[in-house]
Each structure stands twice: as structure tokens, then as C-alpha cells.
Design a protein around this ligand. Structure first.
Ligand SMILES: Nc1ncnc2c1ncn2[C@@H]1O[C@H](COP(=O)(O)OP(=O)(O)OP(=O)(O)O)[C@@H](O)[C@H]1O
Length: 272
């Protein structure tokens, strides 16, 4: 598997967060580097896992520039600029679309932020509608769409108005098994549409997330000698799935080493 990891495109630099005198995050550090594969357009997917209540959503909000940490910074892009709202695409679980606007109307609002020429904007929107199999829904309102269709519009919207980063909160939640496969394929397709495309998925679904990730971040807290949790979560474990030969593989779930990985992650969860 020939590849190299080059410049840093996202850096979480010593991020801590205290809310109402409660330490939530403590010195979180992590980095994503650009992956280059000769002859391929290779983006990447980072799966972000951890037990319930550990602080994933808070770090997600900090990475999105929506929440200011108590200390530390997040830098994004090749130029390593401080993150600011709008730089990262954010697809939340409830897909907040404008209900009084059609699919086209919703995408227009997003596209206006980055494309000023009306014709170019329309062309780009139709390209997105085709890519996400939504062309026949162009003039429908969100209330007339399924959950999966709303999710695809929310993704298209974010791709139209932000840089190459997409943060997704629980993309598999509430989906049946066929839809999970469909969303997984879509995430891989988006990540590989541009070599700087980077999708970070926060999820409780370890198997679906690991199956499409190149890297796994596992968030957790330390324990004291009495086995009590020490407040302040960090990214305690990073799995490089490329190095393990578990990235870019069709039928990954059938590979025994993939099942070993899942068991390893589940075992870690017992102590986080
Ligand atoms: N405003 C607040 N003040 C104090 N504590 C808070 C506040 N908001 C969230 N918390 C706490 O921060 C911790 C982390 O919450 P967060 O939502 O990030 O966890 P999570 O890992 O995303 O959980 P889940 O997987 O269940 O969604 C929780 O223990 C929560 O109780």
C-alpha cells in the first residue's frame, strides 16, 4: 500500500474545557495529516469514538469553531488557520434545514456564501443534486423528504459552503442496515472526491465507523489507583488503520483482523 502522510491539515493543540467548574476536556492533542497515494485521489475519514458523556460532542463543537475552549486552539487547513464558524462543514443529527424553503432554496442559501455568480451557483447545485441522487426532489420541501434524503441535503449544503472538512455527528443513527451501507458508501465517495477532503465522524457505532475510517480516535479519561475516573477527557488511543492494512479494503467486515480490531476497541471501552 504505497502512500505518504504529508502536511498537517488539522491540529488540536492542547485543548481544555471547563464548564460550570467541571473539567470536561484536559489537554486534548491530535493531528490529521494529508494522505497522498500515487495515482489516486485519496481523502480520509477519521472515526471519533468514546463512551457516552465523555466529551465527544464538546470536542466536536470546538473543532467546528462553535465552542471556544477554556484553553488551547484548533488549527485547520494547509495554512493552519485558527478554526472559525463556517470553515468546517457540520452535519448534525437533526439536519436543520429551512422548512419553508425547497431543496433548491436550501442549497441556494448555502451556495451563496461561496459562489457569487448565479449561473455557476446553479450549475454547482445541480452537480450536487445529481451526485446525491436528489435531482427529482429539487422542488420539494424538507417535510416531504425521508430522513436519509434530508441527511444528503444537509451534507450537500455543507459541501457547498465550507472548506474540505466535514464533521458528522452520528451519521448512522436511526438508519436501517441498507441505509447504513448507503451512507457509508456516500461518505467514502465524498472523502475521495478531493485529496484534501476530510470527514470526521462522531459515532457510537464502532463497526460501521471503523469500516470506513483511516484513523480512529478513542476518547477517554484516566483512572486513579482506586479505579475512579479522573475528570478531563482526552484522545487516549489513536488507531492508524492504514498501517494495520484495514483501510481501502472492500468487504472489510469479512477480514479477521477487522474483527480483532473491533474487539480491541470494545475492550478499551471497559476502562475509559
Ligand atoms: N453546560 C454544561 N455544564 C456542565 N457540564 C456540561 C455542560 N454541557 C455538557 N456537560 C457535560 O460534559 C460532558 C461531555 O458531554 P458531551 O455531550 O460532549 O458527551 P458525549 O461524549 O458527546 O456524550 P454522548 O455520546 O452521550 O452524546 C458530559 O458529562 C456532560 O454532562
Amino acid at each position: 500500500m504505497e502512500y505518504s502522510k504529508n502536511e498537517c491539515i488539522l491540529k488540536i493543540d492542547n485543548v481544555s474545557l471547563t464548564l460550570d467548574n467541571k473539567i470536561i476536556l484536559q489537554n486534548v492533542n491530535a493531528e490529521i495529516k494529508n494522505i497522498v497515494r500515487p495515482g489516486m485521489t485519496q481523502g480520509q475519514v477519521v472515526g471519533f469514538l468514546g463512551p457516552s458523556g465523555v466529551g465527544k460532542t464538546k470536542l466536536f463543537e470546538i473543532m467546528a469553531g462553535l465552542l471556544k475552549p477554556t484553553s488551547g486552539e484548533v488549527y485547520v487547513g494547509e495554512a493552519q488557520k485558527l478554526v472559525a464558524p463556517g470553515r468546517m462543514g457540520v452535519v448534525q443529527q437533526n439536519y436543520p434545514l429551512f422548512h419553508h424553503r425547497t431543496v433548491m432554496g436550501n442549497l441556494e442559501i448555502a451556495a451563496k456564501k461561496t459562489i457569487s455568480d448565479p449561473q455557476k451557483r446553479k450549475d454547482k447545485i445541480f452537480e450536487m443534486l445529481d451526485r446525491f441522487h436528489l435531482r427529482q426532489h429539487t422542488n420539494m420541501y424538507p417535510a416531504q423528504l425521508s430522513g436519509g434524503q434530508k441527511q444528503r441535503i444537509a451534507i450537500a449544503q455543507q459541501l457547498l459552503c465550507s472548506d474540505n472538512f466535514l464533521l458528522m455527528d452520528e451519521p448512522f443513527s436511526g438508519l436501517d442496515i441498507n441505509m447504513v451501507d448507503e451512507v457509508s458508501e456516500m461518505i467514502c465517495e465524498i472523502s475521495n472526491a478531493h485529496e484534501h477532503n476530510t470527514i470526521i465522524i462522531v459515532s457510537h457505532d464502532i463497526v460501521s465507523t471503523a469500516a470506513i475510517s483511516d484513523t480512529l480516535w478513542i476518547m477517554g479519561r484516566d483512572r486513579d489507583a482506586q479505579n475512579n475516573i479522573i475528570p478531563g477527557a482526552k484522545i487516549k488511543h489513536t488507531f492508524d488503520l492504514i498501517e494495520r492494512g484495514l483501510a481501502w479494503q472492500p468487504d472489510i467486515k469479512k477480514i479477521p483482523a477487522f474483527n480483532d480490531l473491533i474487539n480491541e476497541v470494545r475492550d478499551l471501552f471497559l476502562y475509559l
